[in-house]
Design a binder for this molecule. Structure first.
Ligand code: ADP
Length: 485
């Protein structure tokens, strides 16, 4: 308890603009809650439009000079930030658990994952390359050079409050772009602590600016529409992503969009059932189900669905639910009352339409926004969760008979982020992986996210890829210099 109070007290709670820590000009603050108790943790500065403009102007003013910083120096800043995140991992993890609810073990996992983006992009910063080519007619040369796209607006969600930030800041800094980052208002403390890390790692004033606000739409829209920023990178819901794309159209801004998902998880009859259950635990329960990569529909071949359901219910029923800071807790609360209510609504809807409850289907008792790990079976296509992200610890099982049928069902959604396939038949694995409409497929594994691999979706799940060897391209322009010889 003392440690919790101490880490919250020591955490930065002001806006970080142009290298300065400062209150909002209006003096307004917003409250940050602990979702495991529903009580206020602290208050942080709440930016209005004028603070947003200060941040964007700072990013604009710093852009030219930062683009000229040698790549090795930018790489060194990122490596130093990577090291500092490890040095401060206890505080970063505790702060994240307190404001977001995820179990401490998951928070440590995220600090590590988040830091890896800095290391990955530190390594990429010095590898930005170009081309020198003879024109087909032989009379000219093409020189192709990569340049930073310019000041960038970065908007991140609450479910991975650090990693969704480093996944954008890493390539932005590596590429030589300045930025205004707006974290989710539910989880600002992690991002402000990260700003402190970047400042201490030697990132110059104005290069990274953090604006926390309770009025995201009002503050961000004029900044986006101004065209001063040349890039928007967003992770969040498809609904908000679509609005932002419209705003970006006005000045033809570059965009990267990581939006919603509706992952299918397919278990064929020849799969190793224990491995499939393990994969489902990861794909479903990572981050207590609050992930856009979470298995949202689990399709199991009819001949193995009974033992699969039994094993999964046993594993999920054995999970310890509670405050993320407590020893051994594996499932934390939902991030807020709204999210808790939505999970309940989706489960009640499915049960009303004929789904059978194998486990759970109840909210937690007492304070905090808990929902019990839940397994449903015979979930029909008419259930809302067939096409809406659950974002909670709920595993809906549906039996299937044939490969064709299950491919059609998995693809029967406007989303296309990730799907998972479990089978020991190699050709079937590849055939199905190719047929599934998604940016990523996990074969016999329940997690695909890795800083060194391209993350992103197709259809309404988004545009562009983060991480991997193309993540930095999202923050680079290609310039052709043609010369007559
Ligand atoms: P979620 O359902 O995960 O909360 P959102 O898309 O609502 O997803 O939120 C993701 C991020 O987008 C958050 O930082 C949120 O504050 C921000 N956001 C929400 N609405 C807008 C908007 N109209 N303009 C800009 N940012 C927004």
């Amino acid at each position: 308890q003392d440690q919790e109070t101490a880490v919250v007290e020591a955490a930065p709670k002001q806006l970080y603009i142009n290298g300065q820590w400062r209150e909002a000009r209006s003096g307004a603050t917003l409250q940050v809650l602990d979702p495991s108790t529903g009580r206020t943790l602290c208050r942080v500065a709440d930016a209005s439009e004028e603070d947003g403009w200060d941040a964007l102007r700072a990013a604009e003013a710093a852009q030219q000079e930062f683009a000229a910083v040698p790549p090795r120096k930018r790489a060194d800043m990122l490596m130093r930030a990577f090291e500092l995140m490890h040095e401060r991992k206890d505080d970063l993890a505790l702060l994240m658990t307190l404001e977001m609810g995820k179990p401490l073990a998951d928070a440590y996992g995220e600090v590590n994952y988040a830091a890896e983006f800095f290391r990955h992009f530190a390594e990429e910063a010095t590898r930005i390359s170009g081309n020198y080519q003879t024109a087909p007619a032989g009379n000219a040369r093409f020189i192709v050079r990569r340049e930073p796209v310019g000041p960038s607006i970065l908007i991140t969600p609450w479910n991975f409050p650090l990693a969704m930030g480093t996944r954008k800041l890493g390539p932005a800094i590596a590429a030589g772009c300045t930025s205004v980052l707006k974290p989710a208002e539910l989880t600002p403390l992690s991002m402000l602590a990260l700003a402190q890390v970047l400042e201490d790692a030697g990132v110059p004033a104005g290069v990274v600016n953090i604006v926390v606000t309770s009025t995201a739409g009002k503050v961000m829209e004029p900044l986006i529409r101004s065209g001063i920023a040349r890039k928007l990178s967003f992770t969040g819901s498809t609904a908000v992503g679509k609005k932002l794309l419209e705003q970006c159209a006005e000045k033809v801004m570059r965009t990267s969009m990581e939006l919603g998902g509706n992952a299918g998880f397919v278990v064929f009859d020849d799969a190793d059932l224990d491995q499939a259950v393990e994969g489902a635990m990861q794909a479903k329960m990572r981050n207590s189900g609050e992930a856009c990569t979470a298995a949202n529909r689990i399709f199991v071949h009819r001949s193995v669905i009974e033992p699969f359901a039994e094993k999964l219910a046993e594993r999920m029923g054995g999970l310890k639910v509670g405050r993320g800071v407590e020893d051994g807790v594996q499932v934390g609360p939902m991030v807020d009352a709204k999210q808790q209510a939505k999970v309940k609504e989706l489960v009640d809807d499915a049960v009303g339409k004929g789904a059978q409850v194998v486990l759970g289907a109840e909210t937690g008792e007492g304070e905090g926004f808990f929902y019990q790990p839940t397994v449903l079976k015979e979930v029909p296509p008419s259930a809302r969760m067939w096409n809406e992200e659950i974002f909670g610890p709920v595993a809906p099982l549906t039996p299937f008979e044939t490969e064709e049928e299950v491919i059609e069902w998995v693809n029967d959604t406007q989303y296309g982020l990730v799907n998972y396939v479990f089978t020991h038949d190699l050709t079937r694995a590849l055939r199905v992986a190719e047929a599934l409409e998604s940016g990523m497929v996990g074969l016999n594994q329940g997690v695909v996210s890795n800083p060194a691999a391209p993350f992103g979706g197709i259809k309404e799940s988004g545009l562009g890829r983060e991480g991997g060897d193309t993540g930095i391209d999202e923050f680079l322009e290609t310039k052709l210099i043609g010369i007559q010889m």
